[in-house]
Ligand binder design. Structure first.
Ligand code: SF4
Length: 241
């Protein structure tokens, strides 16, 4: 059997988070504060040496990875090994000083969660009234320091609440010279909720599940058209189909 060597790995550094997103239950779980230490993360990174045919790209995920003490030191460590590092964040905690430190850490790409350009919609989905304003502020700070090294992307979860806003978000990202990419995810069973095939019919989730399937098809077809015309949409056409 031809088993290919891995090219990427996901490293969950924390389950703690600052947001209260409706599509995620991680923040409601009473998860232990005793989590993997930065030193153990480094030992794990060391163990990857020689495992792939080239340095393995490390995706740092959470929770909110940026609230993990020592996280930028870990990124610098991984970068020093020649690996690309990618992080997803709500950007809630990024101020000017942190933006500078992130840019200097060697992080290759930061994906920021933005679900709509309508602050009310974004804040509703993310569960905090200032989450939109903070994410936008973070993009401005990071743009000052990225200097061609750090790539900035947008991550968006498509749900019933932002279906109407998806095309506008694609246009905005594509026209923003500081942003490099846009990646869509479909709303799915919230992280940390019980396995249930009918989760999308249950109270608390059903409002996120689009009822108008023809509208969903219309939006996804439009995304395919935009991607083919050069928009910064990362999803493969097959996935959007
Ligand atoms: S989706 Fe991400 S940002 Fe939102 S609560 Fe869950 S871990 Fe935090």
């Amino acid at each position: 059997m031809d088993i290919k060597k891995p090219k990427t790995c996901l490293l969950t550094v924390t389950n703690q988070c600052v947001l209260r997103c409706r599509m995620c239950h991680l923040w409601q779980l009473n998860t232990s504060k005793e989590e993997i230490s930065i030193n153990d993360c480094k030992r794990f990174i060391d163990s990857l040496e020689g495992f792939g045919s080239e340095p393995i790209e490390v995706h740092i995920i959470g929770g909110e990875s940026l609230i993990k003490k020592g996280i930028l030191d870990l990124i610098a460590y991984i970068s020093s090994k020649g690996s690309r590092t990618v992080m997803t964040s709500s950007a809630y905690t990024i101020d000017d000083a942190m933006a500078k430190a992130i840019a200097n850490s060697g992080l290759s790409m930061l994906n920021i969660s933005i679900d709509s350009l309508n602050p009310e919609v974004h804040n509703f989905l993310r569960g905090k009234d200032d989450s939109f304003q903070r994410a936008m502020g973070a993009i401005d700070y990071l743009s000052k320091y990225k200097a061609g090294k750090l790539k900035l992307g947008i991550n968006t979860v498509i749900s019933a609440k932002n279906l109407e806003d998806i095309v506008e978000l694609s246009e905005w990202t594509t026209n923003n010279k500081n942003l490099d990419s846009l990646y869509f995810m479909a709303v799915m069973r919230p992280f940390g909720s019980q396995v249930d095939w009918e989760w999308f019919k249950k109270d608390g989730f059903s409002e996120l599940w689009p009822q108008d399937y023809s509208k969903v098809g219309e939006v996804l077809n439009k995304l395919i058209e935009l991607k083919k015309s050069g928009y910064k949409i990362e999803n493969p056409v097959g996935q959007l189909q």
